[in-house]
Design a protein around this ligand. Structure first.
Ligand code: RIB
Ligand code: CA
Length: 312
């Protein structure tokens, strides 16, 4: 299946991209870039680094939004991913060209061109997708599957008490996107922060997994030095992979063992719950559901896909 990945260029985005590239049944048709973990220009450079180190064939790369729709604040996650977004492993030089079209327009054009034969995986703030939806409200109907890494569905926020980073970075964009899912009768699969927490790796298991001499293994080892420092600093006992978990669900749909269909609304106010993805678990709102919250993924399959990604 053809795939578009929308990414904000962090370390877990990189591992997710490697997984997609290593997966035999997935053809990476395009990468659209967005601000988020790092500024847009750095996210673009990081995508090129990953594609180069993985010796990927030519992939269309599109420049997207460099700030949220309403610029109340532009967050980043350099603290977690490092100033360059790849824990110091980003490479400034690449021969890979950029496409001229804006990412939002490319999302529409590619969806229409490959209608029914293309999937979408979003790994960052939903700003590009929100613009695309405003330009073409029917866009979701053209995709075969849509998987998002986004949201804190049980108020286990990682950026504020209520909000997960990809939503918090642009709550207005997320509101537009979830509202459009509802209006389109489309329910994307959602890998939330809580889904991520439920599928940790042990540091020992992860360290064994990334042993090796290939250029990709070396790159992942380099990125992990920074991540490991952060894990120790924040006393995080586990190795957490949000974007790769979303990529695994995209690549292997049968890896999903449990999911629940619910209505989600995004808080765009300016109170302590800004960016919250509020889930109507008891169906009190009578609103049509707009998301399939993935709760359980086959851990063996996930680890196998991760191993394939970091050893490619
Ligand atoms: O909250 C985790 C998400 O925010 C991941 O996509 C990570 O890369 C950051 O973008
Ligand atoms: Ca990301």
């Amino acid at each position: 299946m053809r795939l578009i990945v929308d990414t904000d260029g962090g370390i877990d985005d990189a591992v997710a991209l490697l997984m997609v590239l290593a997966h035999s049944n997935t053809t990476l048709e395009a990468v659209t870039t967005v601000f988020g973990n790092v500024p847009l220009a750095q996210a673009i450079q990081n995508v090129k680094t990953i594609l180069d180190v993985a010796q990927a064939p030519p992939v269309s790369i599109y420049k997207g939004c460099d700030q949220p729709l309403l610029r109340y604040q532009t967050l980043d996650a350099k603290d977690i991913h490092g100033d360059d977004g790849l824990g110091g492993a980003s490479q400034a030089e690449s021969e890979r060209p950029m496409e001229a079209e804006h990412a939002a327009l490319a999302l529409i054009q590619l969806a229409e061109q490959y209608s029914g034969q293309i999937d979408l995986l979003t790994l960052g703030p939903l700003t590009n997708l929100a613009l695309a939806v405003r330009l073409e409200p029917r866009i979701f109907r053209y995709f075969n599957r849509i998987v998002l890494m986004a949201g804190a569905v049980d108020i286990r926020g990682n950026t504020s008490a209520a909000a997960e980073f990809n939503i918090m970075a642009d709550p207005e964009a997320a509101h537009i996107v979830f509202d459009a899912f509802q209006k389109s009768y489309i329910q994307p699969q959602l890998i939330s922060w809580e889904t991520t927490l439920a599928h940790p790796l042990t540091p020992e298991g992860w360290t064994r997994m990334i042993e090796g001499e290939t250029p990709v293994a070396r790159l992942v080892q380099h990125m992990d030095i920074h991540l490991n420092e952060r894990r120790l600093l924040y006393k995080e006992p586990n190795v957490l992979w949000p974007d790769p978990l979303a990529a695994a669900v995209l690549c292997e749909p049968n890896s999903v063992l449990d999911q629940e269909i619910r209505f989600i609304e995004v808080e765009t106010g300016h109170t302590i719950t800004r960016g919250q993805t509020l889930v109507d678990y008891r169906r009190l709102s009578s609103q049509r559901p707009n998301a399939r919250i993935v709760r359980r993924v086959d851990k063996q399959q996930f680890r196998q896909l991760l191993r394939m990604a970091v050893q490619m």
